[in-house]
Design a protein around this ligand. Structure first.
Ligand code: ADP
Length: 175
């Protein structure tokens, strides 16, 4: 993979200038708390209206909508797994969230994608376990595909970014 195609940043994903941002949604796609609520608030009512036409989304899958009042042109909605101790396929489902979003982005010719830290808020996925899954999935996808050209993990808090950076360093050391 070409250096510089992936980065970890601290910020508010609703202000992202990426072509698509990812929403850590729930399976109804009708809005919720955390980053989901922030994205819907920033995008305005048009987003919810479009989401109502989608018939929900399964955990680990992804659906694309417009970005409405967001700076981003698109939103990729993906319901992450709810943490139930780790023995219920959570890691595979979390990896599937990242892969589904990236696949959908590539299919639509999307150049730049920003992800939040999926499932690590109210869904309770432990950060230290989510980070290597997210990292590995994104970096594997980028090494096999030309699009998206650029992917960022946007962390609301510095502590979250630190966990992802540590996982990234470990990934480098092992590969
Ligand atoms: P989930 O239900 O998938 O756990 P949450 O929205 O509760 O999703 O949390 C996922 C992550 O998104 C958390 O790390 C939280 O700090 C982060 N987050 C919340 N608001 C924003 C935002 N505006 N931009 C980026 N990340 C955010």
């Amino acid at each position: 993979m070409e250096a510089g195609r992936f980065s970890i940043v601290v910020g508010d994903i609703t202000q992202s200038d990426a072509e698509a941002i990812v929403n850590a949604a729930n399976t109804t796609l009708l809005g919720g708390s955390g980053v989901d609520g922030a994205i819907h608030a920033a995008a305005g009512p048009g987003l919810l209206e479009e989401c109502r036409t989608l018939g929900g989304c399964e955990t680990g899958h992804a659906k694309l909508t417009g970005g409405y009042r967001l700076p981003s042109r698109y939103v990729l909605h993906t319901p992450g797994p709810i943490w139930r101790g780790g023995g219920h396929g959570e890691a595979a489902l979390l990896a599937s969230c990242y892969r589904s979003c990236l696949t959908l982005a590539a299919e639509h010719g999307i150049q730049t994608v920003d992800f939040p830290s999926i499932s690590t808020g109210v869904y309770g996925y432990p950060m230290a376990q989510a980070a290597p899954v997210a990292l590995r999935t994104i970096l594997d996808f980028l090494s096999d595909h030309e699009l998206p050209r650029q992917v960022r993990l946007v962390c609301r808090r510095e502590e979250t970014a630190a966990v992802y950076r540590q996982a990234w360093n470990l990934w480098y050391a092992e590969s």
